[in-house]
Design a protein around this ligand. Structure first.
Ligand code: AMP
Length: 365
């Protein structure tokens, strides 16, 4: 189903996934007067706390999916690993935004890379790998250092191994899930990592936010800082690439596009690392310094409203609170300019994203 007139306040938005992104989407939807219904298999999901409408069921429970789809006016998702069968079942009953194509492309690194290459977007050299012999051939072609990744279900550095030399091949191959399809990527000696949050409406309107400069710690995003230390020309190029990707996918909603910035004479060149068909951690700063943040703009796109203003009104750093860093939130909130967002997760496990701070840098007058 694709037809959708603008929905009125009081309409019902179904959200697949009950993590912090679902929670913040739900809060943004509430501010527009929309009701949200969260679908998630985990009864302890943080998003369940902010709406009374929920379904606790697995993503392969056709009956529960059908009942969920019938109870809402439109469905969206907060994570890219929604099973395609579930997405397709829902899309037959009610509009699904973004559509199943965005999931298909982003769930599998090889499909994503093929899509990006075919769309004329620069990415790291890569090669599919299904056996040790293929890995050795891929290293001969791509070289080392290089990065071996599972094609599916990798996140926060999980499912990847660095190959510093060809001798690392057998060990890295054995360590990644037996039999899982893999991809070998050239290691990119990037100067920095940036990302662009882009939003596309069903009528083709597109807006994007300024690129953020992202720093990872232990493979997990730690900070996103605005402005990124790149030239205005590189910033415009990154936005243009993100918009081209959204267009090529006929995308509806908010999407994150991650880039490697590689030094190259006067102007660096940009390689797309990954796309995320959803609101993105590196876009949380928009909550503090944009009239319309990435969550509200996603909801606007999904319900067919005009997209909101993405102008950045101040400099800002978003800092993720990981594991027990959450316990310092009250103290850190004493600093002027700090806007805390806490996800309501019951247990502060190591490596778990528990919340974030948007630290707004005062404008000098
Ligand atoms: P990914 O899950 O592919 O986004 O990778 C997570 C992080 O690992 C990236 O944000 C980079 O910091 C690093 N990384 C992944 N692939 C490469 C690569 N080909 N070259 C250099 N660093 C990489």
């Amino acid at each position: 189903m694709t037809d959708l007139r603008p929905l009125s306040p009081g309409s019902r938005i179904g959200i697949l996934g009950g993590g912090q992104l679902g929670r913040m989407l739900s809060l943004a939807a509430s501010r527009l007067g929309m009701r949200t219904h969260i679908y998630c298999p985990d009864p302890d999901s943080p998003a369940f706390e902010v709406t009374p409408h929920k379904t606790v069921a697995s993503y392969d429970d056709a009956q529960a999916l059908r009942a969920f789809a019938e109870a809402v006016d439109v469905v969206t998702y907060e994570f890219e690993n929604v099973p395609l069968a579930a997405a397709r079942l829902i899309a037959e009953i009610v509009p699904l935004r973004p559509g199943p194509r965005a999931l298909e492309v982003s769930q599998d690194r090889l499909v994503e890379k093929a899509f990006l290459s075919e769309s004329g977007i620069a990415i790291a050299p890569y090669s599919p790998v299904t056996s040790l012999a293929e890995l050795e051939a891929a290293i001969a072609r791509i070289g080392a250092p290089s990065v071996l990744k599972t094609t599916r279900l990798g996140y926060d550095g999980k499912g990847q191994r660095m190959l510093r030399s060809p001798e690392d091949a057998a060990h890295a191959f054995a360590e990644l899930e037996a039999g899982a399809p893999l991809v070998l990527e050239a290691f990119i000696p990037f100067e920095k990592e940036i990302s662009v949050i882009v939003v596309r409406a069903a009528n083709g309107d597109i807006v994007s936010y300024d690129p953020s400069e992202n720093v990872h710690r232990d493979h997990i995003l730690k900070t996103s800082t605005l402005p990124a230390s790149i030239s205005p020309a590189a910033g415009s190029t990154a936005k243009a690439i993100a918009e081209r990707i959204a267009q090529a996918l006929d995308y509806v909603g908010t999407m994150g596009v991650e880039f490697f910035v590689v030094a190259d004479g006067d102007e660096p060149h940009l390689l797309v690392n990954e796309i995320a068909p959803r609101v993105h951690n590196s876009g949380h700063w928009t909550q503090a310094v944009c009239v319309t943040d990435q969550f509200e703009n996603h909801i606007r796109a999904v319900v067919g409203w005009p997209l909101g203003d993405t102008t950045r009104l101040a400099d800002v750093t978003m800092e993720n609170l990981i594991g027990d860093e959450i316990f310092a939130t009250a103290d850190r909130s004493a600093t002027p300019g700090v806007q805390p967002h806490i996800y309501g997760k019951s247990e502060a496990r190591a490596g778990r994203k528990m919340g974030h701070l948007n630290i707004v840098h005062p404008i000098k007058r």
